[in-house]
Design a protein around this ligand. Structure first.
Ligand SMILES: [Zn+2]
Length: 422
C-alpha cells in the first residue's frame, strides 16, 4: 500500500542544525523536504507543533529475549519499549535461551522476530566455530559478540581460538563486540575494575595480531577507557557506554538492588565516563536493555530495562546545557550506523528511510517503571524527573508510537546484509 504522509511545523535536524521545513514521506521513504506551500497531498499530516524532528535513534545493544526467556521480554514488548523510547533500530544480543551461536539458530531467531517487531532489528551471533562466520554473514549477522566472562557451551575462548574467530571476522569485514570482563578476576559477585582493564588489554593485544574490528560494550572504568582511547590511533576499535554507567554511581544507588554487569562504579569512574561521552571520546551510547522478572532480579540477575529511559535522560542533559544535540546525534544515531554499516537511515534527507522521532524537549516526565512497555519493570532511573519526552516515533513511514500508545505493532524490518562505510 502506497501511503503518503506529511510532517509540518517541525524543527527538523538537517546537517547539524534545526531547520523549519516540512517532510513528505512516500511509501516508507522521505521523498521531499519543502515549505508548506509546496507540500504534496497526503493521506495523513502530522503537526509537529514546533517540536524537534530527529532521525530515529539506534541502539547497538539490547536484549530482546523471547524464546525461553519470553517471560522477561519478547520481540513484541521489547520493540514496543524501543519505539516508546525513540529507537527505530535496535541490535539484539545473542545470549538468549537457546543462545544464538550458529546459522541455524540465527535463522530461527529471525523467523521468530518476523511480523512481531515494531522497529527495525539486527541480530548478533556469538560464534562457537570460526568456520561458521562466512555463512553467518550471508545469514545477516549484524555483528559478533563474545562474553569473555561467560562463554557459551562448547565455546573455546582461549587466545588461540579467539585469534581464529577474529581473523575470520576480519576476512568478512565484520565487527566483534566484546563484553570485557576477565572471569578469573571476579571478586565474588562484584566484578572488579581490574577485571575490565585486564580483559580490554587482552583483546587489544589480539586485535594487534588479527586487525579485527573491535567494539567494546559498556565500558565502565576510567583506566579501561584510557587504554581504548590510546589504541584508537593504530587499531580499529570503538566503544560504548550505557546511561547508567554515565549518570549513576555507587554513592547514590543501592548497588545490590540495581545489580548489573559490569556493576555501577564509584563517582570518579562515573564522571570520567560522563565527561568522555560529552567530549565524544566514547563513540556511542547503548542501552544494554536487560529486562528481567521481579523474581529473577531478586535472584541477582544482572541488568535492567534501558530502552525507555536512555533518550529522555540525554535530552534532559541537553536541556541542562551539559551536552549538545550534535553529540546526542553522534552517539545515538550516526556513530552506531557507521560502525555497524547500516544503510539508508540516520539522515533526514530525500531517499532515506522515514525512521523519525518527534521530541518535545520541554515536556517534563517522571520515569515510572510501571508504565514501561517492557516486561522488565526495573530501572535505577525510576522516579527520576526529567525534562524531555518522545511524542511520536515513526518507523518505515508509519507512526508506531503516538506519545501514549503503540498504534502499529509490526512495522519493523530485519536488517539485511549491510554496507561497509569505510
Ligand atoms: Zn548486555
Amino acid at each position: 500500500m502506497d501511503m503518503n504522509m506529511n510532517i509540518i511545523n517541525g524543527r527538523v535536524w538537517i546537517n547539524g542544525n534545526l531547520e523549519k521545513t516540512c517532510i513528505s514521506i512516500n511509501n516508507g521513504k522521505i521523498s521531499r523536504l519543502t515549505d508548506q506551500e509546496n507540500i504534496q497531498e497526503a493521506d495523513e499530516t502530522i503537526d509537529a507543533k514546533e517540536n524537534i524532528v530527529f532521525p530515529g535513534f539506534v541502539d547497538v545493544h539490547a536484549h530482546l529475549r523471547d524464546s525461553e526467556f519470553s517471560y522477561k521480554e519478547d520481540f513484541s514488548s521489547g520493540t514496543k519499549a524501543a519505539a516508546a523510547g525513540g529507537f527505530t533500530t535496535v541490535l539484539d544480543m545473542p545470549n538468549t535461551n537457546p543462545p544464538i551461536t550458529n546459522v541455524e539458530e540465527l535463522n530461527s531467531r529471525q523467523k521468530l522476530a518476523r511480523n512481531n517487531i515494531c522497529c527495525n532489528v539486527g541480530f548478533y551471533c556469538s560464534p562457537i566455530n570460526a568456520n561458521d562466520i562466512n555463512e553467518l554473514k550471508i545469514a545477516n549477522a549484524i555483528g559478533y559478540k563474545i562474553y569473555l566472562h561467560k562463554p557459551f557451551e562448547g565455546q573455546d575462548l582461549s587466545d588461540k581460538n579467539l585469534i581464529k574467530i577474529m581473523k575470520k571476522i576480519r576476512e568478512n569485514n565484520g565487527i566483534l563486540a566484546i563484553h570485557a570482563e576477565n572471569h578469573e578476576l571476579f571478586d565474588g559477585i562484584v566484578h572488579t575494575i581490574e577485571s575490565e582493564i585486564q580483559a580490554i588489554k587482552r583483546i587489544i593485544d589480539l586485535a594487534k595480531i588479527t586487525e579485527c574490528k573491535i567494539h567494546f560494550v559498556h565500558v565502565s572504568t576510567k583506566e579501561g577507557l584510557d587504554i581504548i582511547k590510546k589504541n584508537k590511533i593504530d587499531l580499529d576499535v570503538s566503544c560504548e557506554a550505557t546511561p547508567h554507567h554515565t549518570i549513576l554511581n555507587t554513592n547514590d544507588i543501592e548497588s545490590t538492588r540495581y545489580y548489573c554487569e559490569p556493576p555501577l562504579r564509584d563517582k570518579e569512574n562515573q564522571e570520567s565516563i560522563l565527561n568522555s561521552i560529552i567530549k565524544g571520546e566514547i563513540d556511542m551510547m547503548a542501552t544494554d536493555h536487560a529486562p528481567h522478572s521481579v523474581q529473577d532480579k531478586k535472584e541477582g540477575k544482572p541488568g535492567f530495562s534501558g530502552l525507555e529511559i536512555t533518550v529522555p535522560v540525554m535530552i534532559d542533559l541537553y536541556k541542562r546545557d551539559k551536552i549538545t544535540l550534535e553529540r546526542i546525534y553522534e552517539i545515538l544515531v550516526w556513530n552506531p550506523i557507521r560502525r555497524f554499516g547500516i544503510k539508508n537511515i540516520g539522515r533526514i534527507k530525500e531517499g532515506y528511510n522515514a525512521d523519525l522521532v518527534i521530541i518535545d524537549e520541554n515536556k517534563e516526565q517522571v520515569i515510572n517503571v510501571n508504565k514501561f512497555f517492557s516486561k522488565g519493570k526495573n530501572s535505577p532511573f525510576n522516579g527520576m524527573k526529567l525534562t524531555g519526552s518522545i511524542t511520536k516515533t515513526i518507523v518505515n513511514g508509519k507512526i508506531v508510537f503516538d506519545g501514549k500508545d503503540i498504534i502499529h505493532a509490526d512495522m519493523g524490518n530485519i536488517l539485511q546484509n549491510q554496507v561497509d562505510f569505510q
